[in-house]
Design a protein around this ligand. Structure first.
Ligand code: ZN
Ligand code: ZN
Ligand code: ZN
Length: 375
């Protein structure tokens, strides 16, 4: 029999209990069905697994919270402080209708909110089990909690940021002409784990023309002298919180004559956005702070994505730093600031830090210098 993996560091029971009660309050009468993944981890301390068999945490408007879980998956939750959290465990076996167990806990609910990443097969079956309840997304409710990080969560983000900084500090050991992006990426992935992450969640080594594609991952392209290389890397630490940091490197002097002046604009734009972070300003104003600098320099059409995304238990979560998002920033919100300038067919550059809103400004989780790193 396989031994159960040791539990990762759990938030204190009092913290988890308070999250459950705050979620219930924020739902304002709507029943919540929380799916395995980062939502479940936020409330119980462990993510569980999402399968064809239903696992769901039921948070009714009133009455006890219940974890509906297949009997064969229940051992995965046995080490959690479910008693202390007053969570009933409702197990089910193959051949019975698990949706009825969830529905029973939500009898009379007019609205039921399901986690954003609930598989459709469960969403539709839950709709049938609760035909009178309107189904809505839980994201807008859950984000009210998850996007305001507490001190322990910010500590975990700081730890993740320091770990990925140590990896960037070592990129010169592996990134050189004659190697492929994939070879360099494999070394970086090993270092992401060696420096304190539980896994390398993503590794982008985008050299030369590949740098103009923001989500290019890795390829067999051989890196050449003169290439500009975008390295965007991250992963979770044991607590589940993620790093995500980009630095742009040059292998020798950049081949293209426009790199240094363009990069200077990007650096100014990224700094302007970091400097604009403080409570009360809108998410879109941070996007605008970066975009105005880039647009004024004539590169607006080459900045082809939003300035950033929230980060925590997920690499991409609320709040999104994007035009149209008028959400006022509050202390404890954490997000990336990652403007880029992409020159199709030639090269690209991006600078990315994670910033947490403080009482009177912002704190960067990443301390590596922002300059183009010429190797
Ligand atoms: Zn991205
Ligand atoms: Zn990134
Ligand atoms: Zn990012």
């Amino acid at each position: 029999m396989a031994r159960r993996a040791p539990l990762p560091p759990l938030p204190e029971s009092a913290v988890l209990r308070s999250r459950l009660e705050r979620a219930r309050a924020a739902a304002e009468g709507t029943g919540l069905l929380i799916a395995p993944g980062s939502d479940l981890r936020y409330f119980l301390g462990a993510p569980g697994g999402s399968f064809e068999r239903l696992t769901t945490l039921v948070i009714p408007a009133d009455g006890p919270v219940a974890l509906v879980v297949p009997k064969l998956e229940a051992p995965g939750f046995a080490d959690l402080p479910l008693d202390e959290l007053n969570v009933d465990v409702v197990t089910w076996v193959d051949g019975v209708d698990p949706y009825a167990f969830a529905a029973e806990r939500l009898q009379g609910a007019e609205r039921v909110a399901v986690s954003d990443f609930t598989p459709a097969l469960h969403v539709l079956a839950l709709r049938e089990a609760l035909p009178k309840a309107e189904q809505v997304l839980a994201g807008p409710i859950v984000r009210e909690l998850r996007m305001r990080k507490d001190a322990a969560e910010i500590d975990a983000l700081r730890k993740a940021g320091a770990a990925i900084d140590r990896v960037h500090a070592r990129v010169g050991e592996w990134l050189r002409a004659g190697r492929t992006e994939a070879e360099v990426g494999a070394d970086i992935a090993d270092a992401i784990v060696a420096e304190g992450h539980t896994l390398a969640d993503f590794v982008i080594v985008a050299s030369g023309p590949n740098g103009a594609s923001p989500h290019h991952a890795l390829s067999d392209r051989v890196i050449e002298t003169g290439d500009v290389v975008v390295v965007d890397i991250g992963g979770p630490v044991a607590e589940g919180y993620n790093s995500d940091s980009t630095r742009t490197y040059a292998v020798g002097s950049p081949r293209d004559a426009d790199v240094l002046a363009t990069y200077a604009v990007l650096q100014e734009a990224q700094q302007a956005a970091v400097d604009a972070v403080r409570p009360g300003v809108s998410a879109e104003s941070i996007d605008a702070a970066a975009r105005e600098v880039i647009t004024a320099a004539g590169f607006g059409e080459f900045f082809i994505h939003r300035t950033g995304h929230g980060i925590g238990l997920d690499v991409h979560e609320e709040p999104y730093i994007v035009g149209g998002n008028t959400l006022p920033l509050e202390a404890g919100m954490a997000f990336s600031i990652e403007p880029g300038i992409y020159q199709p067919g030639r090269w690209g550059a991006r600078i990315e830090d994670i910033v947490v809103v403080t009482e009177d400004g912002g704190e960067s989780m990443n301390q590596q210098p922002h300059d183009l790193v010429v190797l």
